[in-house]
Each structure stands twice: as C-alpha cells, then as structure tokens.
Design a protein around this ligand. Sequence first.
Ligand code: GRF
Length: 209
Amino acid sequence: MAQQKPLRLGVLVSGNGSNLQALIDFSKTQVANYQIDVVISNKKNAYALERAKQNNIPVFTVEHQQFATKLLFEDKIIATLKQFNIDLVVLAGFMRILTANFLNKLPNRVINIHPALCPAFPGAHAIKQALDKKVWFTGCTVHLVTEGVDEGPIIAQAVVPISRDDNEISLTLKVQKQEHLLLPKIINDIARGNQIIGQTNDDGKKNYL
Ligand code: GRF
C-alpha cells in the first residue's frame, strides 16, 4: 500500500554515520517520501550523533553498558522509538545484535545495511573477509533483520567489483559509495509502496509495510 504521509524513520547508529548522512541528504530531495524522526546511538561519541544534531534531528544515547540486561537496553530503545511513532527502524552501522525481544515488538519493521553480498561474509569484518577469500565481486545488502547475524530476508543488493590491488580502505570506500546510493533509494521505495518487505502469509499474501 502506498504511504500517503512520509514514512517515519528511527535510525540506530554506533559510529561514523556516513549512511545516516546519505539518508539525511536524500530526505532533503523533492522525491523523498520519508523523514528521519530520531537517531539513537549506543555510543556517546559516535560522529553520527553530530550529523543528526547538525540537521536538527532529535538524538538519544542509550549505552548498553548502563543496563543490567540486554532486555532492559532493548526496551529503552523501543520506548524511545515508540515515543516518535516510528514506522521503520534502520540499522545504519549499529553494532549490537538485537534479540527476539526487540524484533518481536517491531515485526517486519527493522532493516539493516551490511557491506557484503549476503549471505556471504556476515559479521563485523565483511570487507576483510571478501579480500581474504579473493572473490572478484562483493557489494552491499539491505535486509530485514532477524535474530541471525546479517541473515534476514534480502530486500536489495548492489554489486562492487574488486580489483587485485584493492585493500581494506579502498574497498570500504567503494562499498560505502554503493551503500549511500542503495539505502536511501530502497527506503524511499518502501515508503512509496514500490518495495515490499516482510514474509508471505499463509494465504500467500505479503505483509505490507
Ligand atoms: C557500513 O559499512 C554498514 O554497511 C555497516 O557498518 C558501516 C557503517 O558505516 N553495517 P557508517 O557508520 O554508516 O559510516
């Protein structure tokens, strides 16, 4: 179903926030059908927070170390997202693994960007793994988040050819260039109803966002 009002995003980050920046930049274009309502970081020094503040987006730091259990940490993030009536949660370099406790409260509402062609190279060192395996192509994947690390249903991918003289820095730059194009485009497609996410129901129909 096409979304009439802009899709409301909550973006979870842990670091530099170059993907957040790409989302912010695209959100300012005429074709954008989403808005970023809140940015939440589990790291207080994440540069992503500065990027959000510079664009007057509300920011919250929810440090996992401050919570006795993962459940309490996750529930604090959920409560913050609910406060902003978020339609879709985007993990953009968020370096914590979310459990069923979190995901069941936002079914089909959490997506992630991973710097590899899933299901290849899950986890934190996807670029290094691609170089070590000497594959000729890698890329990036936008996928629905499930409990398994970087293994949820794939929504979209972009391919990046690897040169024999690529190193971790050069390949990271190439992959991130594609991430910055893919992530905003796919979220905008979701917002416009042109991209379906979610599982097929028993009756064969898709769950639409
Ligand atoms: C990106 O490469 C993303 O694929 C991965 O973490 C990195 C985050 O980079 N999940 P940034 O913080 O968006 O610059």
